[in-house]
Ligand binder design. Structure first.
Ligand SMILES: C[S@@+](CC[C@H](N)C(=O)[O-])C[C@H]1O[C@@H](n2cnc3c(N)ncnc32)[C@H](O)[C@@H]1O
Length: 349
C-alpha cells in the first residue's frame, strides 16, 4: 500500500532499484528527488505529495518514469495509461493506481495511442481493464480501490470515489480532535466511509456515527471500517442526514451531494458512472447543504464544529445559507490545493 506519509521509511533498501528512475527524473526535472518512493519488483510507487509540491503534470512525470524504467534495463517495455486516463478527474491518483497495477516487468507492450486497441496475447486482466477504461469506467471502480488520506479504501459503483479535496475536511478536523480526543463525531453521507474511517484511524479515542441514505454504500463503508480495524468505533446508520439519531455531537462532518441537476449533462462520462444520489443536490446543488445545516442545528452541541465540503462556485450561496442559521458562526473557508474555496468550518454558538 502506498502511504505518502510513510514513504521515507519505505525507501530503505529500495534505493539501488529506484536510482535509475530517480536519475532520469532529475535530468528532466532538476532538483527533484525522491519521487519514486519504492519499487518492489513489479510495482513502482510514486510519492504523490512530491508530485503536488513540485507542481508537476502527470504526463510529464509519466514520460520520465518510463524513460527511467527503460534505461534501467529492468523492464523491456512499459504499459502506460496516459491516453486512456486522459479525462481522469484526479489524474495523480488514477495514475498511481494504474502504475501499481500495470508496471509488470514481464509484460511487453507500450500502448501509446487511444483507440490503438489491445494487442493480442496480453495478460487477460490487463486487456479487460483497458477495455473497461475505454468504456469510461472510472479506474477506481475497475481496480476496486481508491487511496484517501494515505489509506486504501474499497470502492464500488455503489459509492462516490473519494476525492483529494475531501481530505481538507480531515485536515481541518484533526486539530479539533487533538484537543478533544474522545469526541463524538457525525459523518453525514458517509459513502465509502472514507471520512469516518480515516477519523477513527487518526484519532483512536473518538467515536463516529456515519449515516447514509444508500444501504449499498453503507455496506461498502462497513467493509472499510473492518478493513482498517475501526468497526468498533464507527456506527453506521441508514437514515437521511441525522434523522432518528439521538446523540448530540461534538463535531459534524459532511460532504453532501452538491452538483446542480442542470450540470448533469456536462459531467464527464466517468463521473456519470458514479451514483446520482451521491452527486446531485437539486436544481441549485444546495438541497443537501441546507439539509446538513438543519441537522446540525438540531444535533451539534453548543461550541461544537461543522465541517462541510461544497462545490466549485458555491461559496457565496453557502455563506448565505449559513447566515440564515443564526446559531451557526462561519469560522473560515478552507481552499483546496488549487486555491479554490471548498470547505467551510463553522461553530455552533
Ligand atoms: C458526495 S458523496 C460523499 C461520500 C463520502 N463521504 C466522501 O466524502 O467521499 C454524498 C453521500 O451522501 C449520501 N446522501 C445523499 N443524500 C443523503 C441524505 N439525505 N442523508 C444522508 N446521506 C445522503 C449519498 O448516498 C453519498 O454517499
Amino acid at each position: 500500500m502506498l502511504q505518502s506519509r510513510g514513504v521515507a521509511a519505505r525507501r530503505t533498501g529500495f534505493d539501488a532499484l529506484t536510482k535509475p528512475v530517480d536519475e532520469a527524473l532529475q535530468s528532466r526535472f532538476p532538483g527533484l528527488k525522491g519521487l519514486v518512493a519504492a519499487w518492489d519488483g513489479p510495482h513502482v510507487y510514486l510519492d504523490l505529495d512530491a508530485l503536488r509540491r513540485n507542481h508537476l503534470s502527470r504526463p510529464d512525470v509519466e514520460k520520465a518514469v518510463i524513460e527511467g524504467l527503460m534505461k534501467s534495463g529492468l523492464v523491456q517495455r512499459v504499459y502506460t495509461q496516459a491516453d486512456l486516463l486522459g479525462e481522469a478527474p484526479a489524474g495523480d491518483r488514477d495514475f498511481t493506481l494504474f502504475q501499481r497495477a500495470f508496471f509488470q516487468p514481464r509484460s511487453a507492450h507500450l500502448i501509446t495511442r487511444r483507440g490503438e486497441g489491445v494487442p493480442a496475447g496480453l495478460d487477460p486482466t490487463f486487456s479487460e481493464w483497458v477495455a473497461r477504461r475505454e468504456r469510461r469506467e472510472p479506474s477506481a471502480y475497475i481496480i476496486g480501490e481508491r487511496e484517501f488520506y494515505g489509506r486504501d479504501f474499497l470502492v464500488s459503483p455503489a459509492v462516490l470515489i473519494p476525492r483529494s479535496e475531501t481530505e481538507h475536511i480531515v485536515e481541518a478536523l484533526l486539530p479539533l480532535l487533538a484537543v478533544q480526543p474522545a469526541a463524538l463525531v457525525a459523518d453525514i453521507g458517509t459513502g465509502s466511509g472514507n471520512i469516518a474511517v480515516t477519523l477513527a484511524c487518526e484519532a483512536p479515542e473518538c467515536r463516529v456515527v456515519a449515516t447514509d441514505v444508500s444501504d449499498v454504500a453503507l455496506a461498502v463503508a462497513a467493509r472499510n471500517a473492518v478493513r482498517h480495524g475501526v468497526a468498533d468505533r464507527v456506527t453506521l446508520v441508514h437514515t437521511s442526514y441525522l434523522d432518528g439519531v439521538t446523540d448530540t455531537f461534538d463535531v459534524i462532518a459532511a460532504n453532501p451531494p452538491y452538483v446542480r441537476e442542470t450540470d448533469r449533462a456536462g459531467l464527464s462520462p466517468s463521473v456519470q458512472r458514479e451514483p446520482a444520489v451521491a452527486l446531485f443536490g437539486g436544481r441549485d446543488g444546495m438541497r443537501d447543504v441546507e439539509g446538513v445545516l438543519v441537522a446540525t442545528g438540531a444535533r451539534l452541541r453548543p461550541g461544537g464544529w461543522l465541517l462541510m465540503e461544497f462545490g466549485f462556485g458555491q461559496e457565496e450561496a453557502v455563506r448565505q445559507a449559513i447566515a440564515r442559521h443564526p446559531a451557526l458562526r462561519l469560522d473560515r473557508v478552507v481552499a483546496d490545493l488549487q486555491g479554490l474555496p471548498r470547505t467551510i468550518v463553522a461553530q455552533r454558538l
